[in-house]
Design a binder for this molecule. Structure first.
Ligand code: CMP
Length: 136
């Protein structure tokens, strides 16, 4: 099955992209799509629409539009839940040792990586960045 990850602007700016991809490959994920992009305000608001009413929404959109990010479609058995485990808790201070966020995130907002949280959201989020023709 496929899931969607975004290596966020903080991690791309800090030159952590390669290390994070290596970590994911080491967990058995195979790359099926990859796009380096800068989200527009409108696209970031649409992607995070479920968080629209949260107090951190405006700040999250500002952060996610602040620079390039790398969207990747990843394939593995049990991809959604495995990737959630590999990235760790939203707040790096609470993430388990060895998780991507514990290793590379700066803060609860600037937390290095996004991963889909359900099979339903994975399907939506993969399609958000990758038309069928762009998946290998
Ligand atoms: P992500 O997994 O991409 O999903 C929503 C994002 O909002 C989350 O990672 C963080 O970047 C951000 N976020 C979640 N909770 C907070 C919070 N309490 N304060 C600031 N940012 C948050």
């Amino acid at each position: 099955m496929l899931t969607l990850a975004i290596i966020k602007p903080d991690a791309v700016a800090a030159n952590k992209t390669g290390k994070i991809l290596a970590h994911l490959e080491g967990e058995g994920f195979r790359l099926r799509g990859a796009r380096l992009l800068r989200l527009s305000q409108e696209r970031a608001e649409d992607f995070y629409a479920v968080h629209r009413e949260r107090p951190f929404f405006r700040s999250l959109v500002t952060f996610m539009t602040s620079g390039p990010a790398l969207a990747v479609a990843l394939e593995r058995d049990d991809a959604v839940s495995h990737l959630r485990g590999v990235i760790g808790a939203t707040d790096p201070a609470e993430a388990k040792p060895g998780t991507v966020r514990r290793l590379y995130a700066e803060s609860k907002e600037r937390n290095a990586i996004h991963a889909s949280d359900s099979a339903e959201n994975a399907a939506r989020e993969v399609a958000f960045f990758f038309p069928e023709r762009d998946l290998v």
